[in-house]
Design a protein around this ligand. Structure first.
Ligand SMILES: [Zn+2]
Ligand SMILES: [Zn+2]
Length: 143
C-alpha cells in the first residue's frame, strides 16, 4: 500500500512499524475518513479509539483527548532519565504516532534532543538515530 501520510519527525516509517490500519472508518477527532487510522495504544482517560495520523501529527488528538501515544521517558546513553524542554515531550509523546514494543521504552536522547525512531531489527533491537549528529543507538526490547 502506498499512502500520503503526514510527516512524523520522530518516527521515520509508521507504515513499516505496523502503526496503521486500512479502514474506511472515520477518525473520531476530525470526523474524516481518509482510508487509514492509527493502529496502536492511545494513552488517555477518554474512550477514543479511532484516530487518524493527521490528528496525531497536528496535536489535535493530543489536545482534544489529553492523549499520548507513548508511555515513556527520555533516556541518555547510560540509561539515565533526562529532562528536556517541555515542547519535546509534546512533540514526541503527544504528536508522534506510536509503535508497539514488548517493554516500556526509554526514548533515546542525543545532542540534547530526542532521537528519531528508525526501525526495529528483529528480534530485539529498536534503532534510533540522532537528528543532529546522525549517531545511531539500539534499545534492547526482548519479548
Ligand atoms: Zn483525524
Ligand atoms: Zn547526536
Amino acid at each position: 500500500m502506498s499512502l500520503e501520510l503526514p510527516h512524523f519527525p520522530y518516527h521515520r516509517d509508521p507504515q513499516a512499524s505496523g502503526s496503521l490500519r486500512r479502514t474506511d472508518d472515520a477518525c473520531e477527532c476530525c470526523g474524516q475518513s481518509r482510508g487509514v487510522l492509527y493502529d496502536g495504544v492511545v494513552y488517555t482517560r477518554s474512550k477514543v479509539k479511532a484516530l487518524c495520523p493527521w490528528c496525531i501529527a497536528s496535536g489535535a488528538a493530543a489536545d482534544k483527548y489529553i492523549a499520548a501515544f507513548f508511555d515513556a521517558d527520555f533516556y541518555d546513553d547510560a540509561g539515565n532519565v533526562v529532562e528536556l524542554p517541555e515542547h519535546f515531550y509534546r512533540s514526541v509523546f503527544g504528536c508522534t504516532i506510536g509503535f508497539s514494543t514488548y517493554n516500556p521504552i526509554g526514548w533515546w536522547v542525543h545532542c540534547s534532543e530526542p532521537a528519531e525512531y528508525i526501525t526495529r531489527i528483529e528480534p530485539y533491537e529498536m534503532v534510533f538515530q540522532c537528528k543532529k549528529c546522525g549517531a545511531r543507538h539500539s534499545i534492547y526490547d526482548p519479548d
